[in-house]
Design a protein around this ligand. Structure first.
Ligand code: TYD
Length: 228
C-alpha cells in the first residue's frame, strides 16, 4: 500500500486527474472510468478545469475566449489559479471529505505544462500559486494521455466542426509538440503519481489501459493489503 494511502484519513475519497494535449481523449476516458467505477458502486464526481464550480466556470469563459492572454502570461496564470482555488475549496475537497472519488479533467499539471513550460511563466511563481490554491492536495493518481500531436489536433478539428478554435487550440504546431514533451517530462519526473498512457488506439483499448493503472495503483488486491 502506498505511503499516501496509509496516511489518508479513513473514508476519504480518491483524487484522480486526467491530463494531456488537445484531442487526446480525456473526456471520453473519464466517462468510461466513471461508468466502470459507478458499476462497482463507488461514489464518483466528474469535474473539470478551468471550471467545475460556478465561480470558476465564469473564469473559464474569460480564459478560453482569449481575454486572459491579452493580460499577459503571468496574469493569465493568476486567473487559472483563482479558478482552481474556488474549485478546490467548494467542490473537490468537500467531495473527497465525503468519501467520493473525484475524477478531474485537467488540474495543476496543465498549469505547469501550458503556462510553465510553454508560457515561460517562472517556476517560482507557479509554485507559489500552487501553495495557495492547492496546498497539500495532491492527486492520488494522474493519468497522462499521450498521442502524436498531428493525430490529437486532427481529432480536435473534427470535434470542433465549424466553430472557432479556442485560445489554446489556435496555437502553432510547435506549441503542441512542446506540450507533449512537457507532459512526458512530468510523467518521467513523478512516476509514483503519474502514469503515461499510450492514447493512440481505439477508445476501448485505451480505457483498458486506464483501468489497469487505476486497479494497480488505487484498488489494492486483498493480498497487497495483507502485505502492507
Ligand atoms: P478545454 O476545452 O477544456 O480543452 P481540452 O478538451 O483540451 O481539455 O479547454 C481547456 C484549455 O485550457 C486547454 O487548452 C488547456 C488550458 N489550460 C491551461 O492552459 N492551464 C490550466 O491550468 C488549465 C486547467 C487548462
Amino acid at each position: 500500500m502506498s505511503e499516501s494511502a496509509v496516511k489518508r484519513p479513513s473514508g476519504r475519497g480518491r483524487f484522480v486527474t486526467f491530463e494531456g494535449g488537445e484531442g487526446t481523449g480525456k473526456s471520453t476516458q473519464i466517462k468510461k472510468l466513471a461508468d466502470r467505477l459507478k458499476a462497482a458502486r463507488m461514489r464518483i464526481l466528474v469535474t473539470r478545469e478551468p471550471g467545475g464550480s460556478p465561480g470558476a466556470e465564469i473564469m473559464r469563459h474569460l480564459l478560453l475566449s482569449g481575454m486572459g492572454k491579452l493580460l499577459g502570461p503571468e496574469a493569465e496564470t493568476l486567473l487559472f489559479a483563482a479558478a482552481r482555488d474556488d474549485h478546490v475549496r467548494t467542490v473537490i475537497e468537500p467531495a473527497l471529505n465525503q468519501g467520493a472519488w473525484v475524477l478531474c479533467d485537467r488540474f495543476a499539471d496543465s498549469t505547469r505544462a501550458y503556462q510553465g513550460s510553454l508560457g515561460q511563466v517562472p517556476a517560482g511563481l507557479i509554485n507559489a500559486m500552487q501553495r495557495v490554491t492547492i496546498g497539500d492536495l495532491k492527486p492520488d493518481l494522474t493519468i497522462i494521455l499521450d498521442l502524436p500531436v498531428e493525430i490529437g489536433l486532427g481529432r480536435a478539428v473534427t470535434r470542433r466542426g465549424s466553430a472557432t478554435p479556442d485560445r489554446f487550440e489556435g496555437e502553432q504546431l510547435a506549441f503542441h509538440q512542446g506540450l507533449r514533451e512537457a507532459y512526458r517530462k512530468i510523467a518521467a519526473d513523478e512516476p509514483a503519481r503519474c502514469v503515461l498512457i499510450d492514447a493512440n488506439s481505439d477508445a476501448d483499448t485505451v480505457a483498458g489501459r486506464v483501468w489497469n493503472a487505476v486497479r494497480e495503483r488505487l484498488l489494492p488486491t486483498p493480498a497487497s493489503v495483507i502485505s502492507a
